[in-house]
Design a protein around this ligand. Structure first.
Ligand code: NAD
Length: 704
């Protein structure tokens, strides 16, 4: 039951100069000059009437040029005879600050002003619990996260920070309304997951009601609690039923004019007789956590700094720039140091993990050593293990930076601090007693420079060129780079699937193998089966590859191909017996090019060469990928993703797929050197082989 109404005191401001004159929240958009003053006056008068029936109402003088002065909830936060004056985020509203200050001072309040770099929008974002001694504080859109500390210390009150994530509910009082007796109505989706959890933990289920979006957008949470009555714009019968059960009388009073500016009943009033409830809050201390991070590099020309800042805010933290030195010329490096703030150590750790992954370094006075945890069971990492990225990584151990070896993503860093080595291992390869990096201290990552479209390197990605021309340009680049790599005896890996056979691409792949462009082939059972079927019968899955027609009895061909290879104990046996005389697998055997065929659940046969032990297949793939400079990933999602995961940054991946989503997904797997090419793989191989022949003046077999 709500307690009996007491004479509350509120501050209001008549809407003499109210209008939507600017747009600083989504409700205002498109509503400039659309409010009707006479209607606003009537609606305000009706609310004022309801209020004066139940409470004392004081007025602040309306002023021209500050249309939102009418929203007195944002004047400040009152507690007893103290007030923390608001410091608005938007300059449009900062003009209200002196008027509210003047009113508070002339009415005997002790006014505290916010530091100029912390925004705080008063009782719009800070709401006292009506049952326990606790202040709920919304941040994210208007009020800064740092206001929690300042307000908590100034008023000596426990602050519960709640991050607001839906811009329609830009102030806490638009989506959260603590009521007499410890009840609460709120709109959960206006908050991030952590805030939702906190609310659920701190307010018993029987005392809170999650309003629907329908109630929320009608400003049902922007309600005034007079102790016995709830004044609000409107609400559904469900919400009314709940409030009535809790002992409140619901009074609806239309606020349509003020809603065009993003406010309703509660926004139009400020409670002046805030006294702390006697009941102490159940211990919940927000442990504001802070760490300094820094980064050096091309932060401006590749937009990295903007990305870092967005990421911190997006993840619910905040930052202060402690130092920023911009490079003077285009190629100069810039340096930035940021103080990152979060509302808990957990949240800070999550933010730091992301920042470290994109190249920031966590500082702590003097350089912090990497923290090491001991593996207590084979194949199991300590719980807070650090997971690696594809980028070159250093760890700071016993006063020295050590470069990790075996860089790949999703690995763990095993440190031997006697010999100063840091080795990246997969979880399953960890051994009891090994020491693994945990947390994010003492880790330095060297992300690669982002693609630079201006330099023309990736200009074929530009939307200004047609898709066919884009493929041609991509092929020109790839062909040229493959030739450079071959010239310096570098290694190129081919990862492909059976589509390369169906689309007629095998002949071109054979040429690339004969000319020495391919150093290793990583694939599955199907590529080999279909290539061999083609070599033995001229079909792929029973379809004549020359005519494109289904061959009578052809459905057996791939099984016969498998059977033949099994009879010879493998592909090499069939080549040596003179049974397999052409095709990609034949060329690989003849040219001594290693290949690894990894098994899958859909494999027919399988061929004796196919590794059905997937851990072993992964190991052999990784071994083959060592030292590779380029990977051609052609029309196989499965094997390309597998390969992408074990490849460090710096290796160029050419991801060819007919499906745009697959090509971009593969190319986006982290490596900035990756290039998506959306086209038919047969066509791509034809163009690639011809381009190489054209540029090198070589014939199909590599002879000039
Ligand atoms: P996948 O689905 O992982 O990849 C095939 C990709 O090819 C898709 O992304 C698709 O968009 C793309 N594609 C389709 N047509 C294309 C074209 N004309 N040009 C360019 N791209 C094109 O499938 P996968 O890698 O072929 O096979 C997955 C696993 O299943 C492999 O291990 C394979 O060996 C096995 N498999 C076995 C058999 C068999 O044993 N008979 C048959 C098929 C697949």
């Amino acid at each position: 039951m709500a307690s009996k109404a007491q004479k509350n005191r509120f501050l209001m401001c008549p809407p003499e100069f109210f209008a939507v004159e600017y747009e600083i929240n989504p409700w205002m958009e498109g509503n400039r000059e659309r409010t009707v003053l006479s209607q606003a006056r009537d609606q305000w008068a009706a609310l004022h009437h309801h209020m004066t029936q139940r409470a004392e109402v004081e007025l602040v003088t309306p002023r021209q040029g500050v249309p939102d002065l009418v929203f007195t909830a944002n004047a400040g936060l009152v507690l007893g005879k103290e007030v923390i004056l608001s410091h608005f985020r938007h300059p449009e509203r900062q003009a209200e600050e002196p008027y509210f200050k003047e009113w508070f001072e002339s009415n005997g309040f002790k006014v505290t002003e916010m530091p100029s770099d912390i925004f705080f929008e008063g009782a719009g974002d800070a709401l006292f619990d009506r049952d326990v001694d606790r202040l709920w504080l919304g941040y994210g859109w208007r009020t800064s996260l740092e206001a929690c500390d300042f307000v908590g210390r100034t008023l000596n009150v426990e602050v519960v920070p709640l991050r607001l994530v839906d811009e329609r509910f830009y102030h806490l009082d638009t989506c959260f309304c603590p009521l007499t007796g410890g009840f609460l109505i709120y709109y959960p989706n206006a908050f991030d997951a952590r805030a939702q959890r906190l609310i659920e933990e701190l307010v018993p289920a029987e005392k809170r009601f999650a309003v629907s979006e329908r109630d929320a957008v009608h400003f049902a949470c922007n309600a005034i609690d007079t102790g016995s009555a709830i004044l609000m714009n409107n609400c559904t019968v469900e919400l009314e039923r709940c409030l009535t059960q809790w002992g409140f009388e619901v009074i609806r009073t239309s606020m349509s004019e003020f809603m065009m500016a993003g406010g309703a009943c509660k926004c139009l009033s400020l409670r002046l007789n805030e006294n702390r409830p006697e009941r102490r809050a159940q211990a919940h201390k927000p442990e504001m956590a802070r760490r300094t991070v820094s980064m050096e590099g091309h932060l401006l020309d590749n937009g990295l700094l903007a990305r870092v800042m967005d990421l911190i805010i997006h993840m619910g933290g905040n930052f202060e720039v402690l130092e920023f030195r911009a490079g003077q010329r285009r190629d100069d490096k810039s340096i930035v140091r940021l103080l990152v703030t979060a509302i808990s150590n957990d949240q800070l750790e999550t933010i730091l993990a992301r920042l470290v992954d994109i190249g920031m370094q966590v500082e702590e006075g003097s350089q912090q050593e990497a923290r090491l945890g001991v593996v207590d069971k084979d194949g199991v990492a300590p719980d807070d293990f650090y997971a690696t990225t594809i980028f070159p990584t250093d760890v700071f151990v016993r006063g020295r930076w050590i470069r990790c070896t075996g860089q790949r993503m999703d690995g763990m860093i095993v440190v031997d601090d006697q010999h100063f080595t840091a080795t990246i291992k997969l979880m399953r390869d960890l051994r009891r007693g090994e020491r693994v990096v945990v947390g994010h201290d003492g880790i330095r990552i060297h992300p690669k420079k982002e693609k630079n479209a201006e330099k023309g390197e990736f200009s074929f990605m530009s939307s200004a060129v047609s898709s066919e021309r884009r493929v041609e340009i991509a092929v020109e680049h790839v062909a040229w780079e493959m030739m450079q790599i071959r010239k310096r005896n570098g290694r190129i890996a081919l990862v492909t699937g059976p589509v390369a056979v169906h689309t007629g691409g095998i002949e071109y792949l054979c040429r690339l193998v004969r000319k020495g462009y391919i150093s290793t082939v990583l694939s599955g059972n199907a590529l080999a089966v279909h290539d061999i079927e083609r070599a033995l019968y001229g079909t792929s899955l029973g379809v004549d590859l020359k005519r494109g027609t289904v061959v009578h009895g052809g459905h057996r061909h791939h099984l016969s191909a498998i059977n033949t290879i099994r009879r010879h104990d493998g592909i090499r046996g069939a080549v040596e017996a003179g049974v397999l005389k052409s095709g990609l697998m034949y060329e690989l055997v003849k040219n001594n090019i290693p290949y690894v065929l990894a098994g899958s659940i859909r494999d027919d046969g399988p061929l004796p060469d196919t590794l059905m032990d997937l851990v072993e297949a992964q190991r052999q793939y990784a071994q083959q990928l060592q030292g590779v400079e380029m990977i051609l990933m052609l029309s196989t999602m499965l094997h390309s993703i597998g390969v992408g995961n074990m490849t460090p940054a710096g290796v160029k991946m050419i991801c060819v797929d007919i499906n745009t989503a697959v090509a971009t997904k593969l190319a986006d797997r982290g490596s900035v050197e990756s290039v998506p090419v959306v086209t038919d793989v047969g066509l791509f191989l034809n163009l690639l082989s011809s381009k190489i022949e054209e540029l090198s003046l070589e014939g199909p077999n590599g002879k000039a």
